[in-house]
Design a binder for this molecule. Sequence first.
Ligand code: NDP
Length: 297
Amino acid sequence: MKILLFGKNGQVGWELQRSLAPLGELIALDRTTVDGLSGDLSDLGSLRATIRQVRPDVIVNAAAYNAVDKAESEPDLANLLNGQAIQILAEEALTLGAWLIHYSTDYVFSGQGQAPWRETDTAAPINSYGMSKLAGDRAIQASGCKYVILRTSWVYSVRGQNFAKTMLRLAKERETLNVIADQIGAPTGADLIADVTALVLHRLIDQPELAGLYHLTASGEVSWHDYARDVIGFAKAFGEEFVVSTVNPIDTSAYPAPARRPLNSRLNTQKLRDNFSLHLPDWQSGVIRMLREVLNK
Ligand code: NDP
């Protein structure tokens, strides 16, 4: 099996390089051109030519325009990378009869209510990033290609920047932190996403009827505020020292940002767990593991 991976150096892409390797020949690209192969999602012609040259059995796309606030001022670029480029991947996957595995986000939903979003719920994004990601999802679904879309949330990894690492840094610099307490979701490790992707792909070969849209997060839920408090608490338990003494809960409205954020980022993962017989661990266990690695404890 030949697997073509885009976005190899992102949080999820990096972990995919590990988890996909045992499944077949892996050709992993970032946005640079190597040996005539281009993984730049903004260059649609080269993207198409690359797929035609490689002729993969599976395309896995972990590349994305992920700058949520910046997307408000450059929606065209967000749409190019998260929408139009994904359409090219889907068209080429269809032509080749290849699988397309792609990642999407809780930000396709409005964030209203308290119930975890199901795959069948209506998407209604409230910011440009969410709209661009939804455009990608819809392009894949309309294309007729064989696909799996995994919608996830609040991704972290040892590599790259993320909320938990930012909190660790700020807790060493400031006595007081103000953290949003009315957005609820599930921190999800890039390693878990990559491992589940490999398991899903392995099963798809024998059971192509499992294709479709799935929600994938770690189990449980937490606010950004409690997440920050727990991260600092876990790190303290490992012997880290901080200057922070208070972590204040604040409302989203008290932290103005260019992009609106959904308050309810809960995703219902029942469909994925049932169809693929998977257990999704609680979010704390993955975060603790990541912290131990980051802190070398
Ligand atoms: P990262 O931001 O860590 O990685 C994204 C990758 O995309 C980076 O390696 C980046 O490359 C690459 N990229 C950006 N622009 C281009 C381009 N023009 N051409 C090719 N590559 C490009 O993202 P994650 O690993 O966290 O996200 C993986 C998936 O999960 C994405 O689909 C994302 O939308 C989704 N997701 C992420 C969430 C999160 O909290 N991070 C939450 C929910 C869903 P470079 O390093 O060169 O900039």
